[in-house]
Design a protein around this ligand. Structure first.
Ligand SMILES: CC(C)(COP(=O)(O)OP(=O)(O)OC[C@H]1O[C@@H](n2cnc3c(N)ncnc32)[C@H](O)[C@@H]1OP(=O)(O)O)[C@@H](O)C(=O)NCCC(=O)NCCS
Length: 170
C-alpha cells in the first residue's frame, strides 16, 4: 500500500525479513521491545504479524497483531459460527508512530492495512484495546468505523484500569 502524497508505505515484515532488526530497534525505542518476547513466551510467534510504516523507506511506525480464536483471551470458550467453524480475530498488541512523524497518515495507513490483511487471513474481526487517554488512537478508530466497548482491565483485587475495546468486523 502506497500513499504518494506523503510517500507512505506499509510493508509486512516477517521475522526473517532482511530489515527485521530495524523493526525491533524501533519497538525498543518506543518502549515496546517486550512485545515480541511476550509472543515468544506464549508460543504464538507463528500467528504474529508485524507491519512497518515507512516514510521515504525509513521505518517510522509499527503495528503488531496476533491471529487468535475469539473468546479465550476474555476467558470465554472459543466462539463458532453457525456452521461450527471457530471464529478468529486479529488482535492488535502494538501500534505506535515516532512522535516526529505523527499526523502524516502513517497510523491510519497501518490500521487500514491491518483491516485488509485480517480479511485476507480469514479473520472475522480486528480488535484492540486502548486506555482512555489515547486521543489520537480514538480519532483513528472512530474515523475507520470501529465500534467501541468500554471496559475495565482488572489487574488484581485492588487495581483496574478504564479503557475501550475497539472492534470492527472485516
Ligand atoms: C496513535 C498513533 C499511532 C497515530 O499515528 P499517526 O501517524 O499520528 O496517525 P495519523 O497521522 O494517521 O492520524 C490520523 C488522525 O488521528 C488524529 N490524531 C492524530 N494525532 C492526534 C493528536 N495528537 N491529537 C488529536 N488527534 C490526533 C487526527 O484526527 C488525525 O487526522 P488529521 O491529522 O487529519 O487531523 C500515534 O499518535 C502514536 O504513536 N501515539 C502514541 C502511542 C499510542 O497511543 N498508541 C496507541 C496505543 S492504544
Amino acid at each position: 500500500m502506497t500513499n504518494k502524497q506523503h510517500k507512505i508505505d506499509i510493508e509486512h515484515w516477517p521475522f526473517d525479513h532482511s530489515r527485521w532488526s530495524e523493526w525491533q530497534s524501533l519497538a525498543e525505542q518506543v518502549k515496546l521491545g517486550h512485545i515480541i518476547e511476550g509472543c515468544r513466551k506464549q508460543q504464538i510467534l507463528e500467528q504474529t504479524y508485524c507491519l512497518a510504516g515507512l516514510i521515504d523507506q525509513q521505518i517510522v511506525g509499527l503495528l503488531l497483531f496476533v491471529v487468535q480464536p475469539i473468546g479465550p483471551e476474555m476467558d470465554i470458550p472459543m466462539i463458532k459460527d453457525g456452521a461450527g467453524n471457530i471464529l478468529t480475530e486479529a488482535k492488535i498488541r502494538a501500534f505506535e508512530v515516532l512522535e516526529s512523524y505523527q499526523r502524516r497518515g502513517v497510523g491510519t495507513a497501518l490500521q487500514q492495512e491491518t483491516l485488509a490483511f485480517a480479511r485476507e487471513l480469514g479473520c472475522y474481526q480486528v480488535r484492540s484495546r486502548s486506555e482512555l487517554d489515547k486521543t489520537a488512537n480514538y480519532s483513528i478508530k472512530m474515523k475507520l468505523g470501529f465500534g467501541m466497548h468500554p471496559a475495565f482491565r482488572v489487574f488484581d483485587a485492588e487495581s483496574k484500569s478504564a479503557g475501550v475495546y475497539w472492534v470492527k468486523a472485516v
